[in-house]
Ligand binder design. Structure first.
Ligand SMILES: Cc1ncc(COP(=O)(O)O)c(C=O)c1O
Length: 451
């Protein structure tokens, strides 16, 4: 029974790579792969598929050095006296098709500002994706609001819009969808629910710089969009972030709030500080680095997309390896990481941990996706605090705990595996190393202990 299922999948894989004629010794040959089956797994002492390294990240550019030195010598390092942050803002606004962009100290600060500008206040509830980095819900806690997790769709890796409405209460003020790994969320569905319940939509586009959905860039699909330029990101500057939007007044508010509440644009009054604020400013050195990184950004994005499509086409033929499914309307993903799901049932029940170890031993840098963030320790720490008990009351907090079950997300956490983005910045032959290594582990699955 099992064999016949595998053969059918192999046939599909083989036809997708056009090597059906060479299916002499299955299974690797039927994937169009070059691994010799007598080659022992590297984890068990065999020769690894790849001994060569992968490109370094981030990539630095010598041309930027004189500009950084000049800026340094002027002493104009502070955002409000120099010019580079503004220059970067106008370039980034153009890149994503926004009327306005505000550069910030980080993605976390961008999200904090955007939530405040969207009216999220103490005692409110914000609907968030659970398959994400902690910053997405830390910023909700920073606003003294309650993050309410909406289950993920394991097939898309994204917030499942069908699970949103059941989580809305009279306190819900905003939805914070995350385009995780740069995969665009189902924004039509999210926006239509937001409209129905008068909610704001703040996009966590911190990993989605070049992603596109129905002709628009990620970050421009809700009310405000937030990006990160932390060192691992596709536009890296050590730290950095940005908010984009088209509403001038809201963006003026963001600008004032990020600058200690100072006057900016339409945010004026007799006082020099018309609103509450904080210091979330970017520095010029970050802006200069970012502008140098913009030079390579689009070429890199194209290469990642091309190689991700190539991997999809090959990997979908290996039993137990499931590439992500794009939502309707998704036109381009950024692939901050390249994600796929690993179904251990097809791999002799070897754990994901062992699968990852085996691939790393073959020279392929993979890692698991996010953990069960909805059970993160920091959440209980917040919920038990005096402030949260006062703001929400024990009954609401207990209800939150009772309802904190996300079966779709649990499955995704179990199965998600990711490949580092710099791996995609290579050649088709290098992509074959990835495919060959996964196929080699598959072929040798019975040699690994199942758990
Ligand atoms: C999905 C997501 N949201 C928010 C952030 C926060 O960005 P930063 O690290 O720039 O504060 C990150 C950064 O890793 C992220 O990946």
């Amino acid at each position: 029974m099992k064999n016949s299922r595998i053969s059918r999948r192999q046939m599909m894989a083989a036809s997708s790579v056009g090597v059906l004629a060479s299916c002499a010794g299955w299974p690797l040959s039927s994937f169009g792969l070059s691994v010799r089956s007598e080659n022992e797994l590297a984890l068990l002492g065999g020769r690894p598929i790849r001994t060569k390294g992968w490109p370094e990240w981030p990539v630095w550019d010598k041309n930027i050095e004189p500009k950084i030195a000049d800026m340094y010598r002027t002493g104009n390092w502070y955002r409000n006296t120099g010019k580079y942050c503004e220059e970067f803002e106008s370039r980034y606004a153009k890149l994503v098709g926004a009327k306005h962009c505000l550069a910030t100290a980080s993605g976390t600060t961008a999200l904090t500002i955007a939530l405040h500008a969207s009216g999220v206040d103490a005692g409110d509830e914000v609907l968030v994706s659970p398959f994400t980095f902690i910053a997405t819900y830390n910023v909700v806690f920073n606003a003294k609001a309650l993050p309410v997790f909406v289950d993920s769709d394991p097939e898309t890796f994204l917030l499942d819009p069908a699970k949103i409405e059941e989580k809305i209460t009279e306190r819900t003020t905003a939805i914070l969808p995350v385009h995780i790994y740069g995969l665009p969320c189902d924004m039509d569905a999210i926006n239509s629910i937001a409209k129905k319940y008068h909610l704001k939509v703040v996009e966590d586009a911190c990993q989605a710089w070049s992603a596109k959905y129905r002709g628009k860039n990620a970050g421009m699909l809700g009310d405000l969009g937030c990006f990160s330029f932390q060192n691992s990101k596709h536009l890296p500057a050590g730290e950095g972030g940005a908010i984009v939007g088209n509403d001038e007044k809201v963006m003026d508010f963001c600008r004032s709030y990020h600058d200690c509440g100072r006057h900016h644009g339409s945010i004026r009054s007799a006082s020099k500080y018309p609103i509450r604020g904080n210091n979330y400013r970017m520095q010029h050195v970050q802006a200069l680095i970012l502008m140098s990184q913009l030079e390579r950004f689009e070429t890199d994005a194209e290469l990642r997309e091309q190689h991700a499509a190539y991997l999809d086409s090959k990997l979908k033929g290996i039993p137990g390896i499931i590439p992500y499914k794009p939502v309707p309307g998704a036109e381009k993903a950024a692939f901050h990481l390249y994600p796929f799901r690993y179904r251990k049932e097809d791999f002799n029940n070897i754990s994901k941990e062992t699968f990852i170890k085996a691939l790393r031993a073959e020279g392929i840098p993979v890692r698991p996706g996010y953990g069960r963030q909805n059970k993160d320790g920091l959440i209980e720490e917040a919920l038990r605090s005096r402030g949260y008990r006062r703001l929400f009351g024990t009954r609401r907090l207990n209800k939150w705990r009772d309802e904190n079950h996300l079966p779709g997300n649990d499955q995704l956490v179990e199965e998600a595996v990711t490949l580092y983005q710099n791996v995609l910045l290579t050649t088709k032959n290098d992509m074959d190393d990835v495919v060959n290594a996964i196929a080699k582990v598959y072929e040798n699955r019975s040699r690994l202990e199942s758990k």
